[in-house]
Ligand binder design. Sequence first.
Ligand code: GAR
Length: 200
Amino acid sequence: MTPHKKVAILISGGGSNMVSLAKSMVGDHPARPCLVLANSVDAGGLVKAADMGIETAYVDHRPFKGDRAAFEAELVKPILASGADIVCLAGFMRVLTADFVGQFKGRMLNIHPSLLPKYTGLHTHARALDAGDHEHGCTVHEVTPVLDDGPLLGQARVPVEPGDTADDLAARVLVQEHKLYPAVLRRFAAGDKTPVLLPS
Ligand code: GAR
């Protein structure tokens, strides 16, 4: 039997995407979680991961203010120690340098709450509303040194309803994130980079 691919998941907050990824990696799934890593001990997802029996670690970014390379030199250690084959960014809110990304070329994924290439960066839901978009969604892509860029691995769409607030839209998109990211990871871990496209 082919050994399972090992997946490290990087989070900054509540980790709902991390939970959906971890829960999906069972049975005949070609991968298993090997580490959940946060940039703060306060990331709520750390407790959820530990409760699921997944190894956890954190590297607080705050002492490294102004020295991204020094932060990343620490961040990479638990990932390498875990033997991860694939790194999933799941609500990881630190910008990564080209050097760090280069260490995981072709095997680092990110989920972003917009239909990329629209709305890279922050406040994606408010920006979609401000633009009067009728459709919004989320994207999973391979990570390259350019922020929220890189080859498309999947996209899920949601309608924008009249009267939606940014929070309404965020909640609707998050439901799709929890379907899209596990579907992409399963395919990716099996060696298939064909994009997963989920309609609204
Ligand atoms: C998700 O909506 C994810 O797409 C977004 O942060 C949220 C994390 O939620 N990521 C980004 O904005 C990355 N630029 P979660 O911690 O519950 O998974």
